[in-house]
Structure formats: C-alpha cells, structure tokens
Write a protein that binds this ligand. Structure first.
Ligand SMILES: [Ca+2]
Length: 159
C-alpha cells in the first residue's frame, strides 16, 4: 500500500483536471469560469455601464452579477491572476437608478449589501452615483459610481 498511494493520487488528480477543462464549450471570446459558467473580461476597452449591459447581450451573456461569495471569489481570482486584467475597474450589473438605495441587479434580484462584497461604508454617494463597479485599488471590492463613467466590462454566460 505504501507504494500504491502515489499512483492512486495521480489518477485522482488527472480525473479532476480533465473534469475542469471545459474550454471547448465556452464560445469565443468567453473562457471557462466554473462548471456552469463562462466569463469574458475586456481589459483593453472601457465602456459606460449601459454600454456594458448592451455589449454583454451582444455576446450572448449578461453583465457581471455576483449573488454569492463563491462567485465573487472565482471572478476575483480570474481578474487578479492576470497582469492585463488585475489593474482595471470593472462594472457590476447592479444599479439603484430606479429607487435610491434599493440596489438591484439587471435581472431584478436584490444586490447583496455589506461585507464581503462592498468597500467600507459603500455605497455612499447618493443620487448621482447609481451604478456599481469593482474597484482595482481597493481589492476589487464594490463602490458606487456615476453610470456614465467608463470602466472595463465583464460578461458571464451559462453553458
Ligand atoms: Ca445611488
């Protein structure tokens, strides 16, 4: 058994690795995020919030919506692990344009508030800051901003 263990371990690792390689099912320009979702990050062209919503629809997906910690961690790791992407601000598909302080995603679900999603005391800029983005200088925690600012887009698409 002492000599068998590494063989079994190697076999398990190769099964796990082949199970996670799903690049063939995410259409370009998307790459795999996890077992059910593809991600597209454009680190080179900045858009307004509404332009980002429209861009993602054009690419058959939706502007980034983060409804749980696991998704935040996956997106965070994806963005922070690449030199081209880690220094940029990214729009999130959350807005309080309709009712000040009532943050909702573009799919109309409520946006999670507080830790570990938003920056300290965010969102805090009232009626003129109605769109959310991930702030590159603050560990990509969420901040409110003017929707007409230009930040980089992240789109998600289910397989
Ligand atoms: Ca607001």
């Amino acid at each position: 058994m002492k000599f068998l263990a590494p063989v079994i371990l190697t076999a398990l690792i190769s099964v796990a690795a082949s199970g996670s390689v799903r690049s063939n099912v995410c259409p370009s320009p998307y790459e795999p995020l996890d077992e059910t979702r593809c991600i597209f990050v454009d680190a080179f062209v900045a858009y307004t919030w509404q332009e980002t919503v429209d861009l993602c629809k054009t690419h058959g997906g939706e502007i980034l919506m983060i409804e749980d910690c696991e998704t935040f961690a996956l997106v965070y790791d994806y963005v922070r692990s690449q030199d081209a992407t880690k220094g940029k601000h990214y729009w999130i598909g959350a807005t309080d344009e309709v009712e000040e302080g009532a943050w909702k995603f573009v799919n109309n679900k409520p946006t999670p508030m507080g830790i570990p999603f938003w920056g300290v005391n965010e969102p805090n800029n009232g009626n003129t800051y109605n769109c959310a983005f991930m702030h590159a200088s603050y560990n990509h925690y969420w901040y409110d901003s003017q929707c007409g600012n230009r930040y980089n887009p992240i789109c998600l698409k289910t397989y």
